[in-house]
Design a protein around this ligand. Sequence first.
Ligand code: ZN
Length: 230
Amino acid sequence: MTSQEKFDSTVAMVKTFDPQFGWIWKSDSVLHRTIGWIFDKLGMPGYLNSFWTTFKNTVGRPNCAKLGMEYEWSVMAHEGRHAYDARRLTFPLFALIYGFPQWLGLLAVPLAVLLVCLTGSWLGLLGLLALGFLAPIPAIGRTILELRGYRVSMSCDFWTYNGGIDFSHEIKSFLEIFEGGTYYYMGASLLKGYVENKLNYYLAELNAGKGYQGDTYLTTVRNLALSFLQ
Ligand SMILES: [Zn+2]
């Protein structure tokens, strides 16, 4: 089976959980090209070429996938988890949880204007202090939602190799992702121990052959992964 066929099978699998699920090439999207241009100017290149980005139920596929990627299907399984979570929570609630607390910072200017109007005092400008929420404060909601996605990623690798690779490297690289700038330092400092415990717990569950039975999505991903081995 080619990597593209595995990719297509995974998209079809996710569609059984979210019929609206789909994908586009980032380079064909004005929105993604605009975001990529902004990130480029901010000194963060690679958005169009290296990162999969899901908005609601559409995955933006980076240029690096045009060369064919053996394990891109597991990326889609991870992104599908987000799309399915967004469908169950409703997208507005998913976005609020994912973006908290940073989106509070976007309310700073309207809050300050409102306070100035209500109080008739320039002290209302203290509302601008809410801009502080734009800082890279650890984000518990984003961390939990991404842990659900990275549990899928780890499980895909585990079932593909029947547990026969060193997962300590994978956990280390996932930890670096959670603590670093890729997701705006969502799992840094106070959340670091929590993330590490969760990843180790997921691995222990996989080693014990447990953890997926009560999770319909994960069970379906497992069946797909095993079908690729035949
Ligand atoms: Zn994710």
